[in-house]
Design a protein around this ligand. Structure first.
Ligand code: NAI
Length: 330
């Protein structure tokens, strides 16, 4: 099976080649994202392997059909960037990596929480400049605080467990209740109650029509004053303008982002010599109480190895029955 890998980075090349070593899967790597202007590169391939910011909309899918592509293999969990209905109608298989080291993302969310709370980013710069003053660095103990987890799938469960370990009260919101989490002491509440009770809110639900701008002006108004908001899921869960307004008013006390609504035009590339034209992003980056990382939650050795192995397995098991495995989307 010949597979065109889009948005490929050097680490993808190494890991996917290694994972496909003893299988009949041959990868070709393209650094470009898959979209309408690059879809012609799919000529002569059987499948494509895409990542979070490739644009696999219905137009691209029509072109994939013409190129006789039979499989879209996502090397991530979320599939909001693929028009699933169009793929289904076209008879193209879509696979993803439903779960890979969920602790990778959960631990990154905790890294954002701790950095924001203990102001590690400020302390790092101060000490490097010989400034050992503590003024302005006071944090708070996590023990006893209320953490709201929105979405208790693989990653949400992992973070709930970690936060219970810190001695936090954990409140959750998910249409699917996990008895295992309840046994750990987590409590399921409505979204409104979670927003009102939580000192820290961490987003772990997928981006869909239902969850788009889940955190908007109304949701922010329901939150505690000075709340910490963490988003390692998908940028579109947050109305960025509403969050900026919340930060300016002091309603949001801390913001940790690993994802951003308009990240596809920015993330995963070195833009240090460019002028960033996204004024919304630039405004966000000016707040001292905002930490932004460039979608690196998944980026651990363990997770990357699991992703590469699962992508190859999904491709090899192209004919697996729908419903047999979480990785088969359609
Ligand atoms: P999952 O599919 O295991 O869990 C998602 C959970 O969200 C499910 O339990 C579902 O019932 C729940 N949910 C759906 N709609 C909801 C709503 N309106 N309110 C509350 N809960 C809702 O997914 P997993 O593996 O835990 O990943 C979660 C998200 O994390 C992914 O969709 C993806 O967007 C993001 N992600 C980010 C990464 C990063 O590097 N920053 C890496 C991997 C995933």
């Amino acid at each position: 099976m010949k597979v065109a890998v889009f948005s490929a980075k050097p680490y993808d090349t190494v890991l996917l080649d290694k994972a496909s070593d003893s299988f009949n899967v041959q990868f070709s790597f393209f650094s470009d994202a898959l979209n309408q202007s690059t879809v012609a590169l799919c000529e002569g391939f059987d499948g494509v392997c895409v990542f979070v910011n490739d644009e696999v909309n219905s137009e691209v899918i029509q072109r994939l059909v013409k190129h006789k592509i039979t499989h879209i293999a996502l090397r991530c969990a979320g599939f909001n960037n693929v028009d699933i209905n169009a793929a289904k109608q076209a008879g193209i298989r879509v696979s993803r990596v439903a779960s890979y080291a969920p602790e990778a993302v959960a631990e990154h969310a905790v890294a954002l929480m701790l950095t924001l709370n203990r102001k590690v980013h400020k302390a790092y710069n101060r000490v490097r400049e010989g400034n050992f003053e503590l003024d302005g660095l006071m944090g708070f103990n996590l023990k006893g605080k209320c953490i709201g987890v929105i979405g208790t799938g693989h990653i949400g469960k992992a973070i709930a467990k970690i936060m219970r370990g810190f001695g936090c009260q954990v409140v959750c919101c998910d249409p699917v209740i996990s008895p295992a989490l309840e046994r750990l002491g987590a409590i399921y509440v409505s979204l409104e109650a979670l927003l009102a009770q939580s000192d820290i809110i961490s987003l772990h639900c997928p981006l869909s029509e239902d969850t788009y701008h889940l955190v908007d002006e109304t949701a922010i108004a329901r939150m505690r004053d000075g709340v910490m908001l963490i988003n390692t899921s998908r940028g579109g869960l947050i109305d960025t303008q509403a969050v900026i307004s919340g930060l300016k008013k002091g309603k949001i006390g801390y913001l940790g982002l690993d994802v951003y609504e308009m990240e596809s035009a920015l993330f995963f590339e070195n833009r240090s010599s460019e002028i960033i034209s996204d004024d919304v992003f630039e405004r966000l980056a000016t707040f001292h109480n905002v930490i932004i990382t460039g979608h690196q939650g998944f980026f651990t050795e363990e997770a990357m190895h699991e992703i590469a192995t699962a992508v190859v397995s999904n491709l090899v098991n192209h004919n697996a029955a729908l419903g047999k495995c979480d990785n088969i989307v359609v």
